[in-house]
Design a protein around this ligand. Structure first.
Ligand code: C2E
Ligand code: MG
Ligand code: MG
Length: 636
């Protein structure tokens, strides 16, 4: 029930109750006063009558009929008149006197004593309550008693009083209702104002006055609850002010507060209509973009970053302020509000770690999820427990159809999560440092398998993927040298596949390491070529033997002329640099054919074979040795 209704009902209830109580009290006061008044009147009358009355006496006793006449004379309105002495009723006058219980009457009257006057009281008789007064008869040993019934008085009194009380009650009630309504509206308005103020306090940040985390979650929940298609996609940006702690420590908290105010205002000023800012706390802001998509979210993010290009001036100090922004998208990344905020936060941390101005959430690099935390902790133990296996995917020479080699691809056979692909755990291994023993294990396993194949007469090479951190590991080269020596494998049979983006990240460093590995005869392949914006000038100086066109281009080639053009250009570029070209991700006979026509050297993909465990690939190799011969004739 609404507060105003409760107040109204309360006041009306209290009014009605107090009216009733007051009415009852008033009634009894009036009844009492009326009784006292009646007694006085009766007494006066009795005294007057007692002076005038003459009682004819017959043999010392008053005569009954004379008494009746006297009653008519002296008390026409009185219900009963008695003459009593100290023991008996000596005379009685009045209607229905026969059924009066004389004994009770007498006992009551006699017990009232013998005071000369002012005797009065109530007398309950069979037909009702009577008021009585007694007064001595002058010169006679009798007392005159007048009785008057009270019931009729009560009835009229109650009805008179009742109607007055009712009408006055109605007036009071009317006032009470209006007062209650007035009070209710006043109180409700005050309460609403208080509630609004309280809500504002709970949902807004004290310093900047911007919405806080609570309100952000409310807005997010509302946006997510919209039927899909109405609100479209949602993007959440978590914005962090770089070096804020340093600024706070150096210039003081007041300065820090002013800076937060200024930056909050700047972000707000450059938001589109569908953008809502909030302060998450500390030096973190969030921006919620509704009805958007990845492209628009990135473009708004860049706009926010551009707004920070001019220096911020606080207390006459000019400061260049940088932001790191993480973006998470609904529903692409998650359909849960909490997770969306967390993902945007993770992306912001990723951006900061990579020194980027902004980053989209990347699940594979998210070391913050529970599963990833669990996997990170288990990585080293899993190497010792033998939970890792290598699968091998063959590569075919396009010209001859011969198996050119195998690519070793790592898998984690997790006891509870099943087979985990490398994309999920390699970055975790890099971050936890487990990548070094893991890479060592991969080399050991791959080269021992290769030795087995070589012994059997299958003289092919193996390619092993190497990550950034492994490349930075100074023990990599001596370790490889020792392993090659131990297994007796010629270094030309080993290829290191290094992702293009990794190599380009720190090109001068990569150049040194790769040159020294290359000098040992180890082949170098640039993996996922086309995704890392290689500088052609650098490419020319790197000791590269092979370019692997990224599978995304090969997969898209069939439907897109531009992807086909990229593949064609890569093939030509590789040949100009005197490298061989591998196309990975060949899934159809058609793409194999197109690549062959383009002059691609080596083919890899599900169409040829999916990556398989060692025993299965051995069998595959046996079966395909004969096929290779047939293929060779077909190709040439
Ligand atoms: P990558 O080196 O580019 O490996 C090729 C990936 O493409 C493999 O995924 C392979 O299974 C997949 N693939 C092969 N043929 C096809 C095809 O026809 N269609 C499609 N759609 N995909 C195909 P995988 O095994 O999940 O490996 C993913 C990435 O993980 C590898 O990409 C590599 O960068 C990395 N990785 C794998 N093993 C290792 C390792 O031992 N060490 C390091 N550092 N990274 C590894
Ligand atoms: Mg590879
Ligand atoms: Mg690749």
């Amino acid at each position: 029930m609404r507060y105003s209704t409760q107040l109204l009902l309360g006041i009306v209830g209290i009014t009605v109750l107090s009216q009733t109580i007051l009415g009852v009290i008033a009634y009894w006061i009036v009844v009492d006063a009326d009784r006292s008044h009646l007694i006085e009147v009766l007494q006066d009358r009795a005294e007057q009558v007692a002076q005038d009355v003459v009682i004819p006496m017959v043999a010392g006793e008053p005569e009954d009929t004379a008494l009746e006449q006297s009653r008519q004379h002296f008390s026409p309105s009185t219900d009963l008149a008695l003459i009593i002495d100290s023991r008996n009723i000596v005379g009685i006058a009045g209607p229905d006197r026969d059924h009066l219980d004389r004994h009770v009457l007498l006992q009551t009257l006699l017990s009232s004593g013998r005071q000369p006057r002012n005797q009065s009281g109530m007398l309950p008789l069979a037909d009702g309550d009577y008021l009585w007064v007694a007064t001595p008869l002058i010169g006679l040993p009798y007392r005159l008693v007048l009785l008057e019934r009270t019931e009729t008085q009560h009835g009229t009194l109650a009805s008179k009083l009742g109607s007055r009380l009712f009408s006055s009650g109605l007036v009071v009630l009317w006032f009470a209702v209006w007062t209650a309504l007035l009070l209710a509206s006043l109180v409700t308005r005050k309460l609403n104002e208080k509630n609004l103020a309280l809500r504002h306090q709970v949902t807004h940040d004290n310093l900047t006055g911007l919405p806080n985390r609570t309100l952000l979650y409310e807005q997010l929940a509302r946006a997510i609850a919209q039927p899909s298609g109405l609100a479209g996609n949602i993007a959440l940006l978590v914005i962090d002010i770089n070096r804020f702690k340093e600024i706070n420590d150096t210039l003081g908290y007041d300065f820090g507060d002013q800076l937060l105010l200024e930056i909050g205002a700047r972000i707000q000023a450059c938001l589109p209509d569908n953008g809502y800012i909030s302060r998450l706390g500390g030096n973190e802001f969030a921006v919620l973009l509704t009805d958007t998509n990845e492209q628009q979210a990135c473009s708004h993010t860049r706009h926010i970053l551009d707004c920070m290009n001019t220096a911020v001036c606080v207390s006459q100090v000019e400061l260049e302020v940088g932001l790191s922004i993480g973006i998470a998208l609904f529903p692409q990344h998650t359909d849960d509000a909490d997770t969306l905020v967390r993902y945007a936060d993770v992306a912001m941390h990723q951006a900061r770690e990579h020194g980027s101005r902004y980053m989209l959430y990347d699940g594979n690099a998210d070391t913050y999820s529970l599963r990833h935390l669990e996997l990170s902790a288990q990585l080293r133990g899993a190497i010792d427990d033998g939970q890792f296996v290598l699968h091998y995917q063959p590569k075919l020479e396009m010209s001859s159809g011969r198996v050119a080699g195998l690519e070793a691809l790592l898998r984690w056979e997790h006891p509870t999560h099943g087979l985990i692909p490398p994309d999920e755990f390699i970055s975790l291994a890099e971050q936890t440092g487990a990548i070094e023993p893991l890479t060592e294990w991969v080399f050991e396993e791959a080269l021992h398998f290769l030795r087995k194949l070589h012994k059997r007469g299958t003289k092919i090479g193996v390619a092993v993927n190497v990550s950034t951190r492994s490349l930075r590991d100074r023990r990599l080269e001596p370790c490889l040298a020792e392993l090659l020596k131990r297994t007796g494998i010629e270094s030309r049979f080993l290829t290191l596949e290094i992702t293009e983006s990794v190599m380009m990240h720190d090109i001068s460093f990569a150049q040194g390491v790769l040159e020294s590995l290359h000098e040992r005869g180890i082949r170098i392949s640039i993996d996922d070529f086309g995704t890392g914006f290689s500088s052609l000038a650098y490419l020319n100086h790197l000791p590269v033997d092979e370019l692997k066109v990224d599978r995304s281009f090969v997969l898209a080639m069939q439907d897109s002329d531009s992807d086909q053009a990229i593949v064609q250009t890569t093939v030509e570029l590789a040949h100009t640099l005197q490298c061989s070209v591998v196309a990975e991700g060949i899934e159809t006979a058609r793409s194999l054919e197109v690549l062959r026509e383009m002059g691609c050297d080596i083919a890899q993909g599900y169409y040829i074979s999916a990556p398989k465990p060692a025993e299965e690939i051995e069998q595959w190799l046996e079966e395909n040795t004969a096929a290779a011969g047939r293929e060779k004739t077909a190709v040439t």
